[in-house]
Design a protein around this ligand. Structure first.
Ligand SMILES: Nc1ncnc2c1ncn2[C@@H]1O[C@H](COP(=O)(O)OP(=O)(O)OP(=O)(O)O)[C@@H](O)[C@H]1O
Ligand SMILES: [Mg+2]
Length: 476
């Protein structure tokens, strides 16, 4: 069907509107003349740039404007009309404060006859301002890493006010974790933190809490593997009076209730018995729970952060962990990489803990470059806990004044021995050295820390190993 007149007019009108819109909104001033120099169109920006009001000049000729002295006789449209070439000029603006760049371009019809001259007028001062603005943005962009660093140190110092004293966030991977946590503040999420032992799971759980809007509410830390299974449920959910044999008469508020409005940290969630996993799942689903011995549901607002160093997928396969709970907890998983994959953190930690312990123990020691590099390159299977403890031992137990590679072998335990022994004269010598120092180390740690538990923690050993060795050397 042929297009009707109405549709055609509507289409033309639309096209017209589009063209006027483009011309009027153009940041540059635009003037269109016909081949006789008659002004057919003048855009709104002309008034801003050169003080010519469009509807006062449309219909007049360039010659008219020259005659009354509004534009100079060498104005570019005038020149382009006679030269039939593109002409440009740079003139002082009317207020004499800046320059105006005008370019007139002739337009020829299909027969090569001059039809229009289009003149483009722009204020150089405005361009300059734009350029400065763009440059300022560029400078800002180039300063971003610096700003990010300032921001990061602010976050770190804020966290220090919350009792997180040692916090090293240097490696890109750790920075990204902090940034992720910050970007999620305000969202109600459950977190699952995974990572090898000593990578900082417990620390990052606290960081999530302290950076959140729950920071002034309680942070309840429950290590699921440290509490006997039969007590875990009552610890978590609380109980009413006389609900089970041995229960306190007055009943007890559970940790979940204590965490109301705040955060509960379920550490080592992988060790939680299946029956309790179902109850946690229910709580995560509807935010309500019942105390033991009570039928009254209690509603709470608790952020749940769980952590594990076990592979939960394997636990699910083995049937010891509920898949549905895994998915519920897994709204956001934060995977903390091992220290060996965060070399910038490892280097910073060696320096940080070295400074910290030399000051704390008033030791005038210097760490040789070789020893420092050796330490940084050690894969630290015990991660941050191990790096911290090895530096503590190093400072505490070496006499100095300089601490060299050979001194490292003296403060290492079994699994560290290979790495640090490589530079000792030979393996047998290393064994003898180790033997004689082991007694010394264990004795000093026991004297310094007063208990086998604290001394074992400081040495990065488990308590039973410490106890056995201390007994062997007649220290306890
Ligand atoms: N980025 C860090 N900067 C400074 N200290 C850290 C950092 N990460 C961890 N630590 C310290 O290292 C020690 C071990 O960290 P944390 O207890 O959080 O590890 P974890 O992953 O929970 O270990 P586990 O699996 O054994 O429970 C703590 O003393 C903690 O404060
Ligand atoms: Mg932990």
């Amino acid at each position: 069907m042929e297009e009707g007149t109405e549709e055609l007019l509507a289409r033309l009108h639309e096209k017209d509107e589009l063209i006027s819109c483009i011309l009027d909104l153009s940041h540059d001033g635009i003037v269109v003349t016909d081949s006789d120099g008659k002004i057919l169109y003048a855009g709104k920006a002309m008034e801003r740039i050169v003080g010519l009001i469009p509807n006062k000049i449309v219909g007049k000729t360039i010659e008219d404007l020259v005659r009354v002295g509004i534009i100079p006789d060498d104005a570019v449209p005038y020149r382009a009309l006679s030269s039939k070439k593109q002409e440009s000029t740079l003139l002082k603006s009317r207020n004499q404060k800046s320059f105006v760049l005008s370019t007139s371009t002739p337009y020829f019809d299909a027969n090569g006859k001059l039809k229009y001259v289009i003149t483009n007028v722009r204020n150089i001062a405005e361009l300059e301002a734009m350029r400065t603005e763009v440059e300022a943005k560029d400078t800002y962009a180039s300063k971003l890493p610096e700003l990010a660093e300032i921001y990061r140190s602010k976050v770190v110092s804020d966290l220090k006010q919350h009792g997180i004293k040692d916090l090293i966030v240097k490696d890109k991977k750790t920075v990204e974790i902090i940034e992720l946590i910050i970007s999620l503040v305000g969202f109600k999420l459950n977190y699952l933190i995974t990572g090898e032992t000593g990578t900082g799971k417990s620390l990052f759980a606290k960081i999530i809490h302290h950076l959140s809007d729950r920071k002034n509410e309680s942070f309840v830390d429950l290590n699921c593997s440290a509490i006997p299974i039969n007590l875990l449920e009552s610890e978590l959910f609380g109980y009413n009076e006389g609900s089970f044999t041995g229960a306190s008469k007055r009943g007890q508020v559970g940790l979940l209730e204590i965490a109301d409005k705040g955060t509960i940290f379920l550490d080592e969630i992988g060790t939680m018995p299946l029956e309790l996993q179902s109850k946690i799942l229910k709580f995560l689903d509807d935010k309500t729970f019942k105390r033991l011995g009570s039928s009254k549901p209690i509603e709470l607002d608790v952020q749940v952060i769980a952590a594990t160093n076990a592979n939960l997928n394997e636990a699910i396969e083995a049937g010891t962990f509920r898949k549905d709970l895994f998915f519920r907890l897994n709204e956001l998983t934060i995977e903390i990489p091992p220290l060996r994959e965060r070399p910038a953190d490892a280097a910073e930690m060696v320096d940080y803990f070295w400074d910290k312990y030399t000051q704390e123990f008033h030791k005038e020691l210097t760490l040789s470059e070789g020893a420092r590099t050796k330490l940084i390159n050690y894969p630290f299977p015990g991660n941050v806990r191990e790096i911290r403890n090895i530096l503590k031992r190093l400072v505490l137990l070496t006499k100095g004044p300089s601490v060299d590679i050979k001194d490292l072998g003296k403060v290492t335990n079994d699994h560290q021995a290979d790495h640090f022994a490589a530079d000792a004269a030979d393996a047998s010598e290393f064994k003898t050295v180790m033997g004689s120092f082991e007694k010394d180390i264990i004795k000093k740690a026991y004297e310094t820390h007063g208990s086998t538990y604290a001394a074992a923690e400081a040495l990065g050993m488990n308590q039973s190993t410490f106890f056995r060795r201390a007994k062997k050397y007649g220290i306890i």
